[in-house]
Structure formats: structure tokens, C-alpha cells
Design a protein around this ligand. Structure first.
Ligand code: UD1
Ligand code: CA
Length: 475
């Protein structure tokens, strides 16, 4: 491909039909904004420079694009006077005069880098002044039609509103993705007029200008038309979102992932899955989640930005920014919040919430607990219904439980506190002071059993006090 490649991404349009405070191209599917998907496809071409044209809501759109591509050149189009006007502004901003210029829209999230590359290569191989990525569709309404002569050469692209009745019958349409010889483009842009039905400067008029100058024009159809489709409203957004997901899930199945129910399994674009992962129905893998070989996820599980180890099992749970070690078990009904790190073969069981908690290899928090701001050592078992009370109303404090400890049911660990290696606590213990290694901590007074029955009920013969048993109890 040309050594000098400029890509122009058009993202100045209003997106009124989204009815949103969020700019159209920032709406997300598959874990990325629409323009984020386009930029990812563009990046695959390793272009010399990328220019993004921003206008509507540019205070949102500009910084977003810069965050994804710091080297981008932002060109501002204040009045959206058409795609020809937008590209003129972009070319002025880039100062390009040689090589190839590729123009794409910022709202086509299914676009693939390979398709752009193939198109640019066809354009260059045929030595065209301008080429259009076209498609043959059943319903061409609304698109620019590709008008060919008897020899099949492209003569013009005619917009819907300017088309004759006969031209409206043409089913080959423009995707809006065009490639140009940079020198031709620079000469053609100032000559585009706006004497048309919309009163706009149409970029597609460059085709007629090239023909008039006796230059070659190409139209290269893409089989997979959906890659060029934009989302103008939320119905189309959901439609493309489902299709994008279908494609991602299918790709993972081809790479060796078992997906029991593709229709209810959602996998975002940046997720990475190892072979022989099993995804059960209603599993959502989001963000930069990575899942190791033989892990089983689901059903009914959402993982965002998580790392799940080899052979781990996560059942009916919700997790974000958490690490689950090899062979570990999570759920059912666990809630892993950011900073949770479960060691290999460890367990976070039913109705357990964790946050900023490192739980060592083989350690278990099996039932009904809250573990916040804690370290739990290897092989330790935390009793059912234990609360790590990390918040004193002002600040958060840390709890450390050593290795091989066994804590009783229904405990409260009042942070900051440390429970040593091999220590134990009795059921119902409120741990307010450190427990040295190997010690057993119990708290609260001894159990007292008060006989509430009358002497007659209790069968007592004396008229003395009710029987009171204040013997030791297990605590
Ligand atoms: C455009 C094409 C049409 C093609 C269709 C494919 C032209 C004249 N027409 O029509 O041939 O079939 O796309 O979807 O090019 N934009 C700007 N600044 C502007 C105008 C538009 O940045 O002044 C951006 C929009 O945000 C959008 C893209 O350019 O991302 C296309 O503009 P739009 O108005 O949607 O063009 P269409 O009428 O759909
Ligand atoms: Ca459009």
C-alpha cells in the first residue's frame, strides 16, 4: 500500500435521532464507542496520519478521540455544510498533498481493518483518482447510487434526493467510504459546488469531476455490507450491537470456546478467552476481561475487567476489576468488587461480597460474608456470616488474617485488626483486638440460661429464686 496514507474520519454530524445528551459517535456497543470501533479498524492500516473532523458536541467527541488516538489531528467543522466541506477542512488541517487519502464515517462500528485495507489496495492497484466502497443491497433508499455506463465504468454517484426515478432503481450504493489520490483530491475539493437538493457540498461529486478530467474511477463492492452501516438511532444501535456480538461470539467459538447459548452470551470486543473455556447462558464478559483455559463461567454471570484463571469456576455472580486464581470457585451469588484477588483453589461462596481483598491460595470465604479491605492468608477458612467491619464512619481500615486460621461463624472483625497464623475464633466473636498466632479468641460474656417458668411450671418445690444456670458456654 502507499507509503503515505491519510485517513479522514468524519464525526461532525449532529445525530439528532439518538435523542441523547451523548454525541452519536460516542454511543457504545461491544464495550467501545462507535468511533472507537472505527479507529480500531483504521489503526490496522497503520496510516501515516489520521484526521478526525468534529463539530457537533465537539467538547465530548474531540477529547474522546484524542484519548483513543493521541496522535490524531482534530479538524473543526463549525457548520455542517456537507461531506465535501468536511473533507476540505480535514485536508487543510493535515496539509496532505501526496499518497492516498481514505475517508470513512465515525458511526460504522462493524467496520473491519481488513476490509479497509482490501479497499485501499484495490483503489491503488487500479490507479484510480477516486474509488468508492460500494454495496449491492435490496433497499437502496437514502443512499447515494452508483451510476455506471454501458461499459460498467462508474460515471457518478447521485444522492437520493437528486436522483431521477430511473436512478433510484439502482441497487448499487455508496457506503460513504471513499479513497482518493491525494493530489486529485486537493484539486477537486475547491471545485465542488452546493447546487443540489440539499444545498450541501457533496464529497461524492468528486466522482463526476474525475470523469470529466478523464481520470479513472473505481467502485469496489463489499460483500459484507453491514460493516459499512451506521447507527442513526437507538434501534439501529441495538441491531448493530447484537450483530457485533454475534460475530464476536462466533469468532470465539471458532477459536475453541464452548458457548452453550450464543443468543444470551455477550462478549465485548476487548475480551480474551483461552481455548476450552465454557460459557453458560446469560454470561456477560465485559471490558478487558481475560479468561483462562478450561474455566467455566455462568450461568447468569457478569465479569467486567476481570482475570479468571485456568480451570476456575464462576457461577451466577457479578465481578468487576477482580482476579480469580486458577482452579478457584466463585458463587453462586457472589459480588466481587474492585481489588478482589482470590488465590488459586480459593473460594468465595454464596452471598459473599468482597472489595479490595486478597484471599490467599486455598483460602475460603464460603458463606454470607462481607470482606472489605483485607488480606486473608493461605488455607484460612472464614466462618459463615462474617463481617469485616472496615469503616468506622470516618475512614476505612484494614484487617489481616494470617495463614491457616479458622474463624467461627457470625464473627465481626473490627478493623484495624490482625488475626495471626493458625489462630481461631469462637462463634459470634467480635474481634476488636489483635489475636496472636495460634490463639483462640472468644468475646462477649458467658452464656446465661434464665428459667422464666413459674415454680409450678418448672416443678420446683421451694419458693426460692428461679433457677439460673450461668455455666460456661461455647461462646
Ligand atoms: C453519505 C453519502 C452517500 C452515502 C451515505 C452512506 C455524501 C454526499 N453522501 O450520505 O453517498 O450513500 O453517506 O451512509 O457524502 N458529516 C460531517 N460533516 C458534514 C456532513 C456530514 O462530518 O458536513 C459526517 C456525518 O457525521 C456522517 C458522515 O459525514 O458521519 C456522512 O454524512 P451524512 O449526512 O450521514 O451523509 P448521508 O446523507 O448519509
Ligand atoms: Ca448517513
Amino acid at each position: 500500500m502507499a507509503t503515505d496514507l491519510t485517513v479522514i474520519v468524519l464525526a461532525a454530524g449532529g445525530g439528532t435521532r439518538m435523542r441523547s445528551k451523548t454525541a452519536k459517535v460516542l454511543h457504545e456497543i461491544g464495550g467501545r464507542s462507535m468511533v472507537g470501533h472505527v479507529l480500531a479498524a483504521v489503526a490496522a492500516l497503520e496510516p501515516t496520519r489520521v484526521v478526525a473532523v468534529v463539530g457537533h458536541q465537539r467538547d465530548q467527541v474531540g477529547p474522546h478521540i484524542q484519548s483513543l488516538l493521541p496522535t490524531v489531528v482534530l479538524a473543526v467543522q463549525d457548520d455542517q455544510q456537507g461531506t465535501g466541506d468536511a473533507v476540505r477542512i480535514a485536508v487543510d488541517a493535515a496539509g496532505t498533498t501526496s499518497g492516498t487519502v481514505l475517508v470513512a464515517a465515525g458511526d460504522t462500528p462493524l467496520l473491519r481493518g481488513e476490509s479497509l485495507r482490501d479497499f485501499a489496495q484495490e483503489h491503488e492497484a487500479a490507479q484510480c483518482a477516486v474509488s468508492v466502497l460500494s454495496g449491492v443491497v435490496d433497499e437502496p433508499f437514502g443512499y447515494g447510487r452508483i451510476v455506471r455506463n454501458d461499459e460498467g465504468d462508474v460515471e457518478a454517484i447521485v444522492e437520493e434526493k437528486d436522483a431521477t426515478v430511473d436512478q433510484r432503481d439502482i441497487h448499487e450504493i455508496s457506503s460513504g467510504i471513499l479513497a482518493f489520490d491525494a493530489e486529485f483530491l486537493s484539486e477537486a475539493l475547491p471545485r465542488i459546488g452546493n447546487d443540489n437538493a440539499k444545498g450541501e457540498y457533496y464529497l461524492t461529486d468528486t466522482v463526476g469531476l474525475a470523469r470529466d478530467a478523464g481520470l479513472t474511477v473505481g467502485a469496489f463492492p463489499i460483500d459484507d455490507w453491514m460493516q459499512t452501516e451506521g447507527a442513526n438511532d437507538r434501534v439501529q444501535l441495538a441491531h448493530l450491537g447484537r450483530e457485533l456480538n454475534r460475530r464476536i461470539v462466533e469468532q470465539w467459538m471458532r477459536e475453541g470456546v464452548t458457548v452453550m447459548d450464543p443468543a444470551t452470551t455477550w462478549v465485548e470486543a476487548d475480551v480474551r478467552l483461552a481455548p476450552d473455556v465454557i460459557l453458560l447462558p446469560h454470561t456477560h464478559l465485559l471490558g478487558a476481561t481475560v479468561v483462562g483455559e478450561d474455566a467455566v463461567i455462568g450461568p447468569d454471570t457478569s465479569l467486567k475487567d476481570c482475570e479468571v484463571g485456568v480451570g476456575a469456576r464462576v457461577v451466577r455472580s457479578h465481578a468487576e476489576l477482580a482476579v480469580v486464581g486458577d482452579g478457584a470457585l466463585v458463587g453462586p451469588y457472589a459480588y466481587l468488587r474492585p481489588g478482589t484477588e482470590l488465590g488459586s483453589s480459593g473460594k468465595i461462596g454464596a452471598f459473599v461480597e468482597t472489595k479490595n481483598a486478597r484471599i490467599g491460595a486455598g483460602a475460603k470465604v464460603p458463606h454470607l460474608s462481607y470482606v472489605g479491605d483485607a488480606d486473608i492468608g493461605e488455607g484460612t477458612n472464614i466462618g459463615a456470616g462474617t463481617i469485616f467491619a472496615n469503616y468506622d464512619g470516618v475512614a476505612k481500615h484494614h484487617t489481616t488474617v494470617g495463614k491457616g486460621a479458622k474463624t467461627g461463624a457470625n464473627n465481626t472483625f473490627v478493623a484495624p485488626v490482625t488475626i495471626g497464623d493458625g489462630a481461631m475464633t469462637g462463634g459470634g466473636t467480635v474481634v476488636r483486638r489483635d489475636v496472636p498466632p495460634g490463639n483462640l479468641a472468644v468475646s462477649g460474656g458467658p452464656q446465661r440460661n434464665l428459667d422464666r417458668r413459674t415454680p409450678r411450671e418448672s416443678g420446683s418445690t421451694s419458693m426460692g429464686e428461679p433457677a439460673a444456670d450461668e455455666g460456661e458456654s461455647g461462646g
